[in-house]
Design a protein around this ligand. Structure first.
Ligand code: IPD
Ligand code: CA
Ligand code: CA
Length: 279
């Protein structure tokens, strides 16, 4: 096994690729693209494919031995040391409707361990980046998670999938956690939700059934900003795991406790009667 290379080996080139892809996305965004469907409410656009093509070309040119998994179909799997997880446009539904919350997410793993990460939000020109053990930065400035100590005082985020929607339990979690926090945001880009936790803009985030391309970059950025990331029951999150809870660390146990309660069906608030509410 060869060793990962020295300090910030990957971030300069990764950042340049993410910025280039983000600039390309903005061109499509301004001209409003045609919506196509991968599933009933699973959208894709020409911009997703063009961004992935550009990213794949740049990775292949600079790191020809690296494997690449991209959401829009890139599959280079040779069993090499390094593997990229590419979401060329995270937040496609927002993008397709002209709602300016989306990003490019590039995660790099070394033998299955998250090694380097870049998430670029071209609408705000914000570039979040991290390398294992070296911290996380936003446009070059060090990032730290929030210090909010209690769930009750926190602002958290979540997301809902665009396929198998009726099978997803999250609406119950959304309801319960809304009642136990300052609020739950659904911004529409899992990678940006995670970088919001890293930047202390959210105190926590959870979602079920994400993919490695949604998570690989954002998880490392949260961890390197001092946050905590686990599965729904506190277990470590491997690179291909799909359910995730990411927090500032301080509200983690409380959030997991609430999830245990919801899974067990305890303490669920009943559906209010609108006549009661009007009184
Ligand atoms: C989606 C976004 C969204 C999340 C969905 C993802 P996409 O990714 O991250 O916030 O709730 O589960 O599929 O399809 O826009 O790349
Ligand atoms: Ca995504
Ligand atoms: Ca995507």
């Amino acid at each position: 096994m060869s060793q990962p290379d020295s300090q910030f080996e990957f971030l300069p080139q990764m950042s340049a690729i993410a910025r280039e892809a983000g600039t390309l996305l903005m061109g499509y965004f301004r001209s409003r693209v045609k919506i196509e469907y991968k599933g009933e409410a699973d959208l894709v656009t020409e911009a997703d494919r063009a961004s992935e093509k550009l990213i794949l070309e740049r990775i292949r040119k600079q790191w020809p031995t690296h494997d690449v998994i991209g959401e829009e179909g890139a599959r280079i799997e040779t069993g090499g040391d390094y593997r990229w997880y590419v979401d060329p446009l995270d937040g496609t539904t927002n993008f397709a409707h002209g709602f300016p919350v989306f990003c490019v997410s590039l995660g790099l793993a070394f033998h299955g361990k998250r090694q380097a990460a870049v998430v670029y939000d071209p609408t705000r020109d914000e570039l979040f980046a991290a390398e294992r053990g070296l911290g996380a930065v936003l446009n070059g400035e060090k990032l730290s998670v929030s210090k909010t100590p209690k769930l009750q005082q926190s602002l958290v985020g979540t997301g809902f999938p665009s396929h198998k929607r009726h099978k997803n339990p999250n609406i119950y979690f959304y309801h319960q956690i809304t009642l136990r926090s300052h609020g739950v945001r659904r911004a529409g880009s899992a990678a940006l939700d995670l970088t919001s936790v890293a930047a202390g803009r959210l105190d926590g985030f959870w979602e079920f059934n994400l993919n490695a391309w949604d998570l690989a970059a954002g998880i490392l950025i949260v961890e390197e900003a001092g946050g905590k990331v686990t599965g729904m029951h506190g277990e470590p999150v491997e690179i291909t795991d799909r359910d995730v809870v990411a927090t500032n660390g301080l509200i983690h146990a409380e959030l997991l406790h609430e999830f245990d309660e919801i899974f067990a069906g305890r303490g669920l608030e009943p559906l209010p009667d609108p006549r009661e509410y009007r009184k």
